[in-house]
Design a protein around this ligand. Structure first.
Ligand SMILES: O=P(O)(O)OC[C@H]1O[C@](O)(COP(=O)(O)O)[C@@H](O)[C@@H]1O
Length: 329
């Protein structure tokens, strides 16, 4: 089947946008069974196994473009792996457990995440760091950017939002590399929500500041997570920019091989996601936008967001799984 965007509106693909929730739900249940056990690897492996099993059973011809790593390092869900029973040719960007440490410590905002797009429409990035900036919908294009200082960005956002700077909250990963960024933002008077992990959630939180209290995401995290976050922003509206952190020859070579030849390039949303996309995330632990998995005697309940850029839908889904089927995947 052809992979152009128009084919993504056929009936089979409409089913896909709901079916994809099953993939993140099953991964979330598997990871949640290992919440708070202090074993990051086990939780991640459980999520990987569940996600892979569900993807294998779908009527797609999927290729992992953002996954668990290179083929040699990742036996499953590696970049380039083909998944599915056959059907529309799609790119898969996934993170079976975004926030492995969060899950192992049972802290907020661990997610399972996937984005599905027509083949060739997602930016393929090396597994390096990416500097990111993101804001939610409703602002003029380009009011913030990686080519500006933190102060310029915070002040521009406050002006656009019509509030004083001290009403703005930025979300940043709590890392030593962000010491200067944090200092610069605090100097403006803005507040900072420091998160231990999980910058896909951090970016998504900017799309609903009234619920999450987060207006802007800034800082350096994983490049694969940047593409996943961009897929979500493509569905919700909003803006994101990313710049790969190619500070060694080896990293520049890896980027070069993927055709990313300019180490200074700022990637915009339209560079990272070049077409329509379906994005799904399920909560593993409780968070600002998604509840974690709830286990009861007879059922397990998952909470997911499924977004589809083709029709601008955002489904906020709670799914009950009979206990006998929720954990047997
Ligand atoms: O922990 P680092 O090296 O600063 O990397 C940041 C990246 O790690 C995460 O916090 C969590 O990633 P994992 O789920 O792979 O542990 C990402 O959200 C973020 O992009």
């Amino acid at each position: 089947m052809a992979s152009d965007v128009s084919k993504l509106s056929d009936p089979l693909d409409r089913v896909l946008s709901v079916e994809i929730a099953r993939v993140t739900e099953r991964a979330a249940v598997a990871a949640a069974m290992l919440r708070g056990r202090g074993d990051e690897r086990a939780a991640d492996q459980a999520a990987v196994d569940a996600m892979r099993r569900e993807l294998q059973a779908m009527a797609i011809d999927g290729t992992v473009v953002v996954g668990e790593g290179e083929r040699d390092d990742a036996p499953m869900l590696y970049v380039g792996e083909r998944l599915g029973l056959g059907g529309p040719e799609v790119d898969l960007a996934l993170d079976p457990l975004e926030g492995t440490t969060i899950c192992a410590k049972s802290l907020p905002n661990a997610l399972t995440v996937i984005a599905v797009a027509a083949r060739g429409s997602l930016l393929v990035v090396p597994d390096v760091y990416m500097e990111k900036i993101a804001i939610g919908p409703g602002y003029a294009e380009g009011i913030v950017g990686l080519d500006r200082t933190p102060r310029q960005n915070i002040e521009a956002l406050a002006r656009a939002k019509g509030v004083p700077v001290d009403r703005i909250t930025a979300c940043i990963l709590d890392r030593p590399r962000h010491a200067k960024l944090i200092e610069d933002i605090r100097a403006t008077g803005a507040a900072i929500r420091l998160i231990g992990d999980g910058d896909v959630a951090g970016v998504i939180h900017t799309t609903d500041p009234e619920s999450t209290g987060i207006d802007i995401y800034m800082g350096i995290g994983g490049a694969p997570e940047g593409v996943l976050a961009a897929a979500a922003i493509r569905c919700t509206g909003g803006q994101i920019q990313g710049r790969l952190q190619l500070n060694t020859g080896e990293k520049r070579n890896r980027a070069d091989k993927l055709g990313l030849t300019d180490p200074e390039r700022i990637y915009k949303l339209s560079d990272m996601v070049r077409g329509e996309v379906i994005f799904a995330a399920s909560g593993v632990t409780d968070g600002n936008l998604l509840d974690g998995v709830r286990f009861y005697a007879s059922r397990t309940v998952t909470h997911s967001l499924v977004m589809d850029s083709r029709n601008g839908t955002l489904r906020d889904m709670r799914t009950r799984h009979l206990t006998s089927t929720a954990s047997d995947s």
